[in-house]
Design a protein around this ligand. Structure first.
Ligand code: AMP
Length: 170
C-alpha cells in the first residue's frame, strides 16, 4: 500500500509559505490507518516497550493505538498548562520565538523504555525537546517514530543517540 496517496498537501497553512502535510485522509481510511500502525510497530518487534509517548496533538492519534497494540502505556506530552499534576517542562527554540512541552513528573518510572510518536518531523525541534523531556524523567528513549519526515529540513541532525523511523520521507 502506498501511504503517500493518503497524505494531502495543503499550501499556505497555517501560514503563507508552509506546505502542510494533512494526514486526515490516512486517518479516515481504516485500511491505510491500520497499515500505518502495522508499519510503525515493525522496528520494535521483539523489544520491550513500556510506554509510547505522543506529542500533542496529532502524535496522540498514533501513540495511543500503538501503545495498546504493543501492550505499553500511553504518555501524553502536552502543550503548557494542560496537565493537572506536577510536570517537567522544556522550553525550546522555534524559528521565531520559543515553545514548550510538559509531561507529568510521574508519567514513567526511571529506566522505562519509551517510544515517542508524532505525525510529522519537520525541523526536528519538537521531537528533540520530547526526547530530552523523557530522558529527564530517567526514561530510555529507544525510538522516535513519525509518519512523515521532511528530510530537506534535516531534523535528524537535532536528534542524537535515538533511532528515527519514518514511514514517508519527502
Ligand atoms: P518541528 O519542530 O519543526 O519538527 O515541527 C514539528 C511539529 O509541527 C509536529 O508536531 C508537526 O505536527 C508540525 N508540523 C511541522 N511542519 C509541518 C507540516 N509541513 N505539515 C504538518 N505538520 C507540521
Amino acid at each position: 500500500m502506498d501511504l503517500t496517496e493518503y497524505i494531502r498537501d495543503i499550501p499556505d497553512f497555517p501560514e503563507p509559505g508552509i506546505m502542510f502535510k494533512d494526514i486526515t485522509p490516512l486517518l479516515g481510511s481504516p485500511l491505510a490507518f491500520e497499515h500505518a500502525l502495522d508499519q510503525l510497530m515493525v522496528p520494535y518487534e521483539g523489544l520491550q516497550v513500556d510506554y509510547v509517548a505522543g506529542i500533542e496533538s496529532r502524535g496522540f492519534i498514533l501513540a495511543a493505538p500503538l501503545a495498546v497494540r504493543m501492550g505499553a502505556g500511553h504518555v501524553p506530552i502536552r502543550k503548557p498548562g494542560k496537565l493537572p499534576s506536577k510536570v517537567e517542562r522544556i522550553d525550546y527554540a522555534l524559528e521565531y520565538g520559543t515553545d514548550s512541552l510538559e509531561v507529568h513528573l510521574d508519567a514513567v518510572a526511571p529506566g522505562s523504555t519509551v517510544v515517542i510518536a508524532d505525525d510529522v518531523m519537520a525541523t526536528g525541534g519538537t521531537a528533540a525537546a520530547a526526547v530530552e523531556l523523557m530522558q529527564r524523567l530517567g526514561a530510555e528513549v529507544i525510538g522516535l517514530s513519525v509518519l512523515i519526515e521532511l528530510s530537506f529540513l534535516d531534523g535528524r541532525s537535532k536528534i542524537n543517540g535515538v533511532e528515527i523511523h519514518s514511514l514517508i520521507t519527502y
